[in-house]
Design a protein around this ligand. Structure first.
Ligand code: SF4
Length: 211
């Protein structure tokens, strides 16, 4: 795929959704961090249901620590891996409280040092809470980047590096959300909806279904 095609794809996705954002509910960097931490192997809808009560009871790291692992677990027990996640939420809040004054650090290294926070989560927080032009590659972005030929790669790191290289600066802030939403609702894993896809004529996928 050439750069002109890439630009056209991004322009179409931007025209479709000029101000994209995450489907996770949050009001500040702390809530976003916790929501993303909880979203591993869970849907955004299920996380949002759980965080209504969780954030009401624990709106700050200090308040979350007062809930303890048991209290957090009660609020998130409808989400997959809730035992491990409850432990990680409390460990993360301990570090935020003890090392960062109760704030979420705007720093990749510090974020990745938090329990349960990897490169992808750090990228989401830096992008969506702090406005950095980072690109977090999740399963949807990985699939879309490969199917379309936009940024093919064998693993998420390779795809991320190609996206960082090939996405023009003006689109970098939002490409993460455009690709996630397009992958989640149109270029779905099981059977992509090519017939209603706004980039169908620009996409290099060889196995587009007929209907
Ligand atoms: S044309 Fe099909 S395979 Fe290509 S991006 Fe659209 S939905 Fe995905």
């Amino acid at each position: 795929m050439n750069m002109e095609k890439r630009r056209q794809i991004l322009e179409r996705l931007r025209a479709e959704n000029p101000h994209p954002t995450t489907e996770l509910d949050f009001r500040n960097p702390f809530e976003l961090l916790i929501a993303v931490l909880l979203s591993a192997q869970a849907t955004d809808v299920s996380v949002n249901k759980a965080t209504i009560g969780l954030f009401a009871a624990g709106p700050t790291p200090a308040a979350m620590l007062a809930l303890g692992v048991e209290g957090v677990r009660e609020h998130i027990k409808t989400i997959g891996l809730f035992n491990t996640k409850a432990v990680n939420v409390i460990k993360t809040c301990t570090i935020l409280q003890e090392q960062h004054g109760g704030e979420v650090p705007e720093n990749r290294e510090a974020l990745e040092a938090l329990p349960g926070v990897g490169r992808k989560t750090a990228n989401v927080v830096l992008n969506t809470a702090f406005g950095w032009p980072t690109i977090a590659v999740d399963t949807h972005i990985f699939r879309l980047s490969n199917r379309t030929g936009f940024a093919p790669g064998k693993n998420v790191d390779e795809v991320e590096q190609k996206l960082l290289k090939w996405v023009p600066a003006e689109f970098k802030q939002d490409v993460h959300h455009w690709f996630i939403l397009h992958g989640r609702y149109t270029c779905i894993a099981r059977k992509p909806r090519c017939g209603s896809c706004v980039i169908e004529d620009l996409c290099d996928y060889k196995d587009k279904p007929d209907d």
